[in-house]
Design a binder for this molecule. Structure first.
Ligand SMILES: Cc1cc2nc3c(=O)[nH]c(=O)nc-3n(C[C@H](O)[C@H](O)[C@H](O)COP(=O)(O)O)c2cc1C
Length: 301
């Protein structure tokens, strides 16, 4: 599968090089002609007089050149080197320097009248910061792994079953933890719609917003033979995930007893989801566990 982390990392390299090289070029121009005349910037110098210590620091562009070189130039170029070397610090620094650029532009907003250049660069900083954050999240998501050898007791109790649907593997891990604890067999609900990647996220979002069921592969297991079933689902748009909604509809009347495990990004208890599952299955659940899961780190809520 295409790595979203590598795509975001490449975009971050673009931003750090674009901002870094631009800043070094600008600073060089200021050093070559500190009056700013050569770059047509001398008319801007009076605006700098609003800043503290202007009579010492902003009589020409020498100090501004150093500030630009250090704050936006060398910093971004350093981040780009880390990114080329695929070092983790590159993503962190690239994102932080996007924020630094926005702060730098805030000073310009204070000094200059509203202008196209400053506004554009503020947005460049914003895009850089967002790209850095996205790369950081994607890296964590793609490194999340589950090793089934860690769950040797799964399937040792033929009277219990754990059912789950999972896009990124977070619910899958909780399902296996649960099955390892009780010895239950495991059944994965598989959607026939696209659920993976960025496109899959938005496609799932559409189903979630409408509270629709989603087409799933035929439920190939005899649910009536289990004394107890644990159903594990992610929360989608404050509600039950669409594939588990489809499963519950198909399983209606076939499950004797069930408890639920619900995973979500936020803290809280989704009692509405337990009620919906109860209504679909025509039973009353024995227990409901809410798990707050952020990039694989879990906390019961
Ligand atoms: C379409 C969609 C909608 C979501 N809506 C919510 C939500 O309303 N509240 C929440 O806390 N998490 C929400 N999430 C986050 C998931 O519930 C959470 O990341 C869960 O751990 C996903 O597990 P999985 O990747 O194993 O399927 C949503 C995720 C998706 C894909």
């Amino acid at each position: 599968m295409k790595s979203r982390y590598h795509t975001a990392r490449r975009w971050l390299i673009f931003w750090t090089l674009f901002i870094g090289i631009g800043a070094v070029a600008g600073a060089t121009g200021m050093f070559v002609d500190t009056t700013g005349k050569a770059m047509g910037m001398d008319a801007m110098l009076p605006y700098f007089q609003k800043l503290p210590f202007a009579d010492i620091l902003f009589r020409d562009f020498l100090f501004s050149g150093f500030a630009l070189l250090i704050v936006n130039g060398l910093t971004n170029l350093t981040a780009s080197v880390f990114l080329f070397l695929k070092k983790k610090q590159g993503v962190l620094l690239g994102g932080i320097f996007g924020v630094t650029l926005m702060l730098w532009i805030c000073i310009q907003f204070y000094m200059f009248p509203l202008n196209f250049m400053s506004t554009s660069y503020f947005f460049f900083g914003l895009f850089q910061a967002i790209t850095g954050y996205a790369a950081w999240v994607f890296e964590k998501q793609e490194n999340f792994k589950i090793d089934l050898d860690d769950y040797p007791h799964v399937g040792s109790n033929p009277k219990r079953l754990v059912v789950f649907f999972s896009r990124m593997g977070y619910v899958k891990k909780q399902a296996y933890i649960e099955a390892e604890r009780t010895g239950a067999e495991v059944y994965e609900v598989i959607s026939t719609e696209k659920t993976d990647g960025t496109g899959g996220f938005w496609w799932c979002g559409r189903y979630a917003m409408h509270r629709w069921t989603m087409p799933i592969e035929l439920v190939s297991i005899d649910l009536t033979k289990y004394d107890h079933v644990t159903i594990c689902s992610p929360i989608w748009a404050f509600s039950l995930s669409a594939p588990i909604r489809s499963f519950c509809k198909e399983a209606s009347g076939k499950i004797k007893e069930a408890d639920y495990v619900l995973l979500h990004f936020t803290k809280g208890k989704y009692e509405n989801v337990c009620r919906e599952m109860d209504e679909l299955l025509h039973i009353r659940h024995t227990a409901c566990k809410n798990v707050c899961c952020r990039m694989g780190k879990t906390n019961e809520s």
